[in-house]
Structure formats: C-alpha cells, structure tokens
Design a binder for this molecule. Sequence first.
Ligand code: XMP
Length: 514
Amino acid sequence: MPGEPTAERVVILDFGAQYGRLIARRVREAGVFCEILPCDPPPELVMSRKPMGIILTGGPASVYEQGAPRCDPALFQAGVPMLGICYGMQVMCLVLGGDVRRGERREYGRVDLEVLDKEDLFAGVEDVTQCWMSHGDFVLEAPPSFIPLARTANAPLAAIADRKRRLFGVQFHPEVVHTLRGKEIIGNFLYRICGCSGSWNAGSFAEAAVARMAEEMRDGRAVCALSGGVDSSVAAVLAHRAIGDRLTCIFVNHGLLREGEPEQVVETFRERFSANLVVVDARRRFLDALAGVTDPEEKRKVIGREFIGVFEEEAARIEGVKYLVQGTLYPDVIESGVGRAAVIKSHHNVGGLPPGMRLRLVEPLKDLFKDEVREIARSVGLPEEIAWRQPFPGPGLAIRIIGEVTADRLEILRRADHIVMEEIRAAGLHRRVWQSFAVLSSARSVGVMGDGRTYAYTIVIRAVTSDDGMTADWARLPHDLLGRMSSRIVNEVQDVNRVVYDITTKPPGTIEWE
Ligand code: XMP
C-alpha cells in the first residue's frame, strides 16, 4: 500500500507509562518501525498490525499488586517472537507457569551480567558485561521449557529463553545506556530472532508520507496552521510536496512569539518554498482578549478560543477546503490514547480542529518522535533554526508572563528572552538543553543603578534538560554564562533590575511557569 512506513513492524506493549518510549526509540534507531500499544489490547488488534516481534516493557508495578497489568495469554501462543523486559519478563513467566517472587528489597543500579549462552540474544556480547537492574520481584523458577541465558550475583535467571516458541526474557533494562551492550541485545532480538532487516529510517518515511498524502488528498484544497515550530513546518513542507498549490498555509501572528519568529516563517515558506501563505496579523485581537486575564488556565482558554476563531475565519475565505494538515507527533497520540496521565495543564496545540468546520484531519507525523521529525526537517531543506527550534508552547510568551499580558510586558520578556537565547547559542548549548528561556515574574524589587534607586521587575532564567518534556532537570549552566545573561538583561532591558535562575526539577515543578 503506498505510504505504508514499512512492512517490518514491531509492537511494544507498554506496562507502565514512559517505559515504552525509550524502548521505541531504541527500536527505531535500529531501523525498525514500531508502535506502542497499551499493555492489554485484544490479541486480534496486536495481530492486525502483522508484527514481526512483540516487546513487553517494564513497569512500576509488582505482578502481585492488586490490579497489576497483564496481557492476554493468547499472545504467547501467536507464534510471534517476544521479548519481555523486567516486569514484562515476570508477566511472561507468571502466565506460562514459572515462579515469580517478591524480592526482600529492590535491586537497583549497575550490575555485572554473566552471559551463559551466546547463540542469539547475546551474540557478540562479552562473557561479563555491565547491565542496569531496577526491580523488586524476581523470577525464582522459569516456566518449563525455558533455559537460562545469563545471570547476575542476585538473579540466577537474569535472561531466559524458550527457543522453540521464540520467547525471550531479560530481567535487566537493555534500553538504558547504562546497559553497555543494550543496543546489541535489542539489535540481536530484532535482526536475529525476529528477522527484521533494519531498513526503516526517517528519510524513507518522508518519501512514503508524501505519497500517502497525495493519495489521501486527491482533490480539493487543504489548510495547515503554521506556528513556526518544527512539527507544523515539516507537516506543511510534506503537504506542499504532495499537493503543491492546493495547500494554503495559515500563519496567525498572535503577537506572543519570540523575537524574529514571524519574519522567519514568512521568509521560509513564502520565499524559499513558494508556498501559498496567508499571514494574519492578530496581535491586537489577542491583546484585547487577554486584557485583565491573570489566571493561567484562563489565559490558555482565551488564546485557544481566539486562535480557533481567527483560523476558522481565514480558512472560510478559501474555496473548496476539505482537509486540515496538522503536525501531531507520536507522543501526543500515545498520551491521548493511553490516557492514564493526569491532566496537569490544558495544552493548547495550535491548529486544533475547529469544531464548526467539517475538515478531514491529515496528520503525516503521527508515527514519529521529535528527533525523527528534526531529521526530516533537515532532509527536506528547512533552515537549521526551524529544524532545531526548541519546543515552544502554543500559548507562547503569554504563559511566561506572570500576571496580565500587556504590550509593554511582552516587549520586556521578548527582549530578555532574546538575550538568553543568544547567549545559549553562543555557548554552543542550544541543542544540549531541552528548553531555555526567560520568564517575566510579577515580583518587583528594589535595586540601585547609577545614583538612583530602582523598583523594577525580576526576570527568571529557566533552562532544563529532558528527554521528552515529561520529566526535567534544571541545566547546570556555567556560572559565567549565567553572569553574562544577567548583566546583559539588566543593562539592555528597561524595567528589569534583577535576574534569578530557576533550579527546580520537574516534578515537582513544571517546565513552564504557568
Ligand atoms: P510543562 O510546563 O507542563 O511543559 O512542564 C511540558 C512541555 O510542554 C510544553 N507546553 C506546551 N506545549 N501547548 C503546547 O503546545 C501548551 O499549552 C503547552 N504548555 C506547555 C512546554 O513548553 C514543555 O516543553
């Protein structure tokens, strides 16, 4: 079928939010397309994907906890190679008649793994190698027909296999970097055991995506909301390749963007890609709607509502629109699909489907992770600044201004933020941190400048490292760099006399301040 990512696919059954993603990344890095499903889908659903292998992830639960997740035992009879990781191995053992016990205490950290059998899963791995353990329960006895493949001092059954049924289990975590040969072990499972060739990559995906979109949007026109971020930009470029002039990109300048962003969107899409681009200057409209609004959730709601209003009005001007192209990513799909995580903040994603418009949604990136989208961005010729743009929230600078959003306060924040970004880039850290930005707090404090007393705003610098934005650590920026940012901000930005650095992790903090 045109546009199918690949005939080779592996299904990952996720026994605990988060665990599946890292495994999925490793599988994709090995050149195999994979999909994460919640841990207990009906076997028919799994089999409808025609998987060449199934991976059962780790999870936070004990198999003995009430309501501990299980998968359907029929899956073990399906004849598809399986790899159970940590909790996944315990579930496999329990279902197939092994003995899983509650550990006296958790085993956690780096451990030496002694490899006993190198026929397939451990082919090419040294006799003793470091692995990463993190488990409470352990397998005391493997199910009949399983043999041990590796052991550690505390876990005689650190890896097991039933070769006839092609079922494998490892107690350690091959997906984390602390398992030194984890990449090889996952590769061995995919290539040697499942028979995958490893030919999938983001570039081949782009080609297939264009073909699929051309097919999906054979007639009529499409619109795409451009935000200036990498996701919507890549979606727009692919759609443009697929249907050319039948696509109109709509860029709503809500006035909440960072310095230089609106100009860059216009330069890129109108000038470089010659795409149909409608630029709507809605700055006044958003400021008016935000007047007097100080509650963070209220801000998001106002911005979401206004955005949809503007977008709908613009799209309605175009004759024969049938499709809405969106840059939804795979993590968004998993989050809304699995739906276990509590809603902490209502995320406003620019380009939400306006309820009044009956448009068919086209989401070419819904199978991809962020780093894969960045790779495509480069391969289709988007400028580096867009390909490597740090994540930026839909409501923009409005949720980085504590209290009311006004034109003056936006200007203060935009200038301070620009200095933070310039310095981060100059220090070569732009890609190493997940996000770096300024926040305008509502705190004002006393300072002294020249001969005079000042009473002005405090700017907060926030820089975090993260894999996916779900958890984050504050970045250990060099003191000199922080010093340069601070002195430039107080010298170059009016109405600011103090700069602080936010050293809160997520959790308990969030990355954004609102
Ligand atoms: P928090 O603040 O919840 O943010 O730790 C996690 C990540 O999500 C981004 N973010 C948003 N993105 N619309 C978006 O598209 C939003 O409303 C929104 N709020 C937060 C944030 O920048 C970080 O990368």
